[in-house]
Design a protein around this ligand. Structure first.
Ligand code: PLP
Length: 407
């Protein structure tokens, strides 16, 4: 008899977005004339940068000719892209990351999920709350947790992000082996200072723990001094893996490209205390289970680092950040505390009541869809997430409607 992996049965149904879709549909069925504006989505709305499109067209032509055709590429990514990443994303920050420490993939979601294959079954995992659910569910699938009770899994450590800690939990006397950190954060939009990240790095080095640093929203950082990479902290190469994505940086949510940095010398330990370097393990994992991101996609990603590509993608992010600024200013003007929205596409709004009740109010009275914070974890109750990924027209219209309802 084939036995199922019963860990999957512990996973809570993806209640959040299903429930949102259900409530929006019910509202639209009851009010077919209503023009609903969706500020709940985490997907980008602006098209690819022209420089990226041109590079991908050219790459298609490469594939169309015998002389320039490329078949299977290196599983870790083509040297042209790994070199461009090392140079532009790290060396320009004064950070030492070598091209062969960069593993190109089809996105940060897969990498965040797959990385835990490298760790022992019994490692103690700490996750933020509110949380990007991939960190949690992948560890549940791997059998590192007990059952879910009241929205939390037995065996996981939850790091609450709340107004008191500015949505940046600190390690204090945390007992964990692997810690997921995400800054700028999804869903709260919070950023961490260098001092705060250095505290995490020092903690991890002190107890041979590992930080999994998700920097998918790095490109939205505009405030000087906020770290773009965990490797800006002293000693981070000894205790951190970093995930990056072209999804929000360059509108690649549909194209699919990201990368993971696993520094040379970064180790986990065997049960008897011998060090095991993680980079060769990740190399083995990727070369065994992944066959590389497409050549055409990687040429598109490379173009993000050209002067035109960089200027065009920055302009798009500036556009989203201006959307965020408009919404943040309006909500603050209405008397709401708002986190994020300056170095992030997300606004985390304290709704002074229940998340779902506020969601319903904005849906029914303003025809505006948001995301209830409670859906991201227990610590998200009392908040909603608003996304800046939208047209200016929709943002302005939504702000006007919200002001009428809440004003
Ligand atoms: N990490 C975070 C925090 C995200 O919010 C997302 C996407 O929403 C991802 C990773 C996934 O990125 P990708 O599209 O590269 O898989």
């Amino acid at each position: 008899m084939i036995h199922a992996n019963e860990n999957y049965l512990k996973i809570q149904a993806s209640y959040l977005f299903t429930e949102i879709a259900h409530r929006v549909k019910a509202h639209q069925d009851a009010h077919p004339e209503a023009k609903v504006i969706r500020l709940g989505i985490g997907d980008v709305t602006e098209p690819l940068a022209p420089a990226v499109v041109a590079a991908m067209h050219k790459a298609v032509d490469d594939e169309a000719s015998r002389e320039t055709f490329r078949g299977y590429g290196p599983e870790q990514g083509y040297p042209f892209l790994r070199d461009a990443i090392a140079q532009n994303d790290f060396r320009k920050l004064g950070v030492d990351v070598e091209p062969d420490e960069i593993f190109v993939s089809d996105g940060a979601k897969c990498d965040c999920g797959n990385i835990q294959e490298l760790f022992g079954r019994n490692v103690k995992i700490a996750v933020p709350d509110p949380v990007y659910p991939v960190y949690v569910d992948t560890n549940v699938m791997a059998g590192r947790t007990g059952a879910n009770s009241g929205g939390r899994y037995a065996g996981l450590v939850y790091l609450d992000g709340n107004a008191a800690n500015g949505f940046v939990p600190s390690p204090d006397d945390l007992d964990a082996d692997v810690v997921y950190l995400c800054f700028p954060n999804n869903p709260t939009g919070a950023t961490a200072t260098k001092t705060q990240l250095q505290e995490w790095v020092d903690w991890a080095r002190g107890r041979k723990a590992l930080l999994l640093f998700d920097a998918a929203y790095e490109a939205f950082i505009r405030t000087p001094g906020i770290p773009h990479s965990i490797y800006e902290c002293d000693g981070a190469r000894e205790c951190a893996i970093e995930f990056r994505s072209f999804s929000k940086t360059a509108g690649f949510t549909g194209v699919r490209c990201g990368y993971t940095v696993v520094p040379k010398g970064l180790c986990a330990w065997t049960e008897d205390g011998s060090p095991v370097e993680l980079r060769p393990l990740w190399t083995r994992r990727q070369t065994t289970k992944f066959n590389g991101c497409s050549y055409i996609t990687q040429r598109g990603a490379e173009a993000v680092y050209t002067p035109e590509g960089a200027a065009q993608t920055k302009a798009t992010i500036d556009f989203y950040l201006e959307n965020a600024r408009i919404m943040k200013e309006a909500l603050r003007g209405l008397g709401y505390d708002v986190t994020g929205g300056t170095d992030s596409p997300y606004l985390w709004v304290n709704v002074k009541g229940e998340s779902w009740a506020f969601f319903d109010r904005l849906l029914k009275e303003a025809n505006v869809v948001t995301t209830p914070g409670a859906g991201f974890g227990r610590a998200g109750e009392g908040y909603i997430r608003i996304s800046a990924f939208n047209s200016r027209e929709n943002v302005e219209e939504a702000v006007g409607r919200i002001a009428k309802v809440l004003g």
